[in-house]
Design a protein. Structure first.
Length: 422
């Protein structure tokens, strides 16, 4: 068992680019079983170990799980329309695809029973991120032949879960978060930054924070159970090396989110799940602030302009999103379980914010998922598989620094995850 943990930890160190771009930049699900349901199941205790409902872990018993995911995001942008003369800021025409198309994402967790009514668990997993690596000087940076950002988030969760009677439970997870970030190719925005030495090309910078997540799970009837979880906004230390890029001098907190849902047994073998999730991106200035240009279209100074890195500085302009998830699980018997799911979320990126979001084209709205599990004997060992396909999505809008141009952001994704429970 110790060898498996060491191997998984080494994998995580060798492949540090933990990236998602699904529910905005949060993962569509966590763990192979949950991803097979498109992330549904806040009211389904069975698969709550990897960042699931904290209240569900007391029903898991003693359990260990290790997993590894292979994530393939395909991102590109297209610029049409001949650039206007200066002072307009036109981009090079054509389509540019992002490199770095395969990422490895390990996860691991364990749950121990304290007594018949309570449990303690520890999990390590990638939460989300943004990554682009365009082989072009998109914003005409003379110091870099590539353009892009690399944001990753890794979470350590320590959970206490307790039963209330036989059909209800509560749980709390203490979360420790680690973020890293790097940006290249943005030197031409120096005139819009409060500190152009802290804007781009400064290598990886790290950020740390502590937060928590609450959960409730209850069985209302023999067939119906309900669940809910809430994670408040998590304050993170600042990216000092990018204090001239992110609003509030390099601040990049993790937004609050909550999920409510229900699970219903349609038969002895078939269970349906429905979840509603809300992610509040607008409460983090570096994510939610819209781009504010220093000059208005008539050439006059913009009185609302605040430089990049300032308290009111430009961000990615993301909207808060609602996410709707449906999952089905069929217990075939003979140690086989099959899953399928569908997830739809609001578009986080407005048409007005396409230029800055060339760096973070999180335009995905729909996911289709399939999964299965195969148990081995009575020992509690099981192998799990999940496949996630994010349907192609795009957002088009005017280049705010050159109205003669249109920018289109496009993305699709494929993910395969394998996990082992014992």
């Amino acid at each position: 068992m110790k060898k498996i943990y060491v191997i998984t930890l080494v994998i995580g160190m060798l492949f540090p680019s933990i990236t998602h771009a699904t529910d905005g930049y949060f993962g569509v699900g966590y763990g192979a079983q949950n991803k097979g349901l498109a992330g549904a199941g806040v009211a389904w205790y069975k698969y709550s170990l990897m960042n699931g409902n904290p209240a569900g872990k007391v029903f898991l018993g003693k359990q260990y799980q290790v997993g590894v995911g292979f994530f393939n995001p395909n991102r590109q942008y297209t610029v049409t329309g001949n650039p206007s003369p200066q002072p307009a800021f036109g981009l090079m025409l054509g389509t540019v695809e992002s490199d770095s198309k395969l990422f490895v994402m390990p996860s691991m967790g364990a749950n121990w029973m304290i007594n018949e009514k309570s449990s303690f668990s520890a999990t390590l997993f990638g939460n989300g991120g943004m990554n682009t690596d365009y082989p072009a000087a998109t914003f005409h940076d003379p110091t870099s032949s590539t353009t892009g950002v690399n944001l990753g988030q890794m979470f350590l969760g320590l959970t206490y879960s307790r039963m209330l009677g036989e059909k209800h439970s509560l749980g709390i997870t203490i979360l420790g978060a680690f973020q890293y970030f790097e940006a290249n190719g943005l030197a031409m925005f120096g005139m819009m930054s409060m500190d152009d030495t802290k804007l781009t090309g400064n290598g990886h910078d790290n950020s740390y924070g502590i937060g928590f997540k609450l959960g409730y799970l209850g069985q209302l009837t023999d067939a119906l159970s309900v669940g809910a979880s809430y994670q408040p906004k998590m304050g993170m230390s600042k990216f000092d090396e990018y204090a001239g890029l992110f609003a509030e001098q390099g601040d990049f907190d993790i937004p609050s989110n909550f999920t409510i849902g229900a699970a219903y047994h349609l038969s002895d073998k078939l269970t349906a799940m429905f979840d509603f999730k809300r992610v509040n991106y607008s409460e983090v200035a570096s994510i939610g602030n819209q781009m504010i240009l220093p000059m208005l279209p008539d050439g006059s100074m913009n009185p609302d302009f605040a430089p990049l890195g300032a308290d009111g500085g430009s961000g990615f302009g993301w909207n808060d999103i609602n996410v709707y998830k449906i999952g089905l699980e069929f217990d075939k018997g003979n140690s086989w379980v099959f899953r399928g799911g569908f997830s739809h979320n609001d578009q986080p990126i407005p048409e007005s914010e396409v230029m800055f979001n060339i760096l973070a084209p999180g335009v995905i709205e729909d996911h289709i998922t399939l999964g299965c599990s195969k148990a081995f004997g009575e020992s509690g060992k099981a192998l799990h598989l999940a496949m996630v396909y994010a349907l192609p999505a795009s957002v088009s809008g005017m280049n705010p620094m050159d109205p003669a141009q249109t920018i289109e952001l496009e993305m699709n994704q494929f993910e395969l995850e394998i996990a082992f429970t014992f």
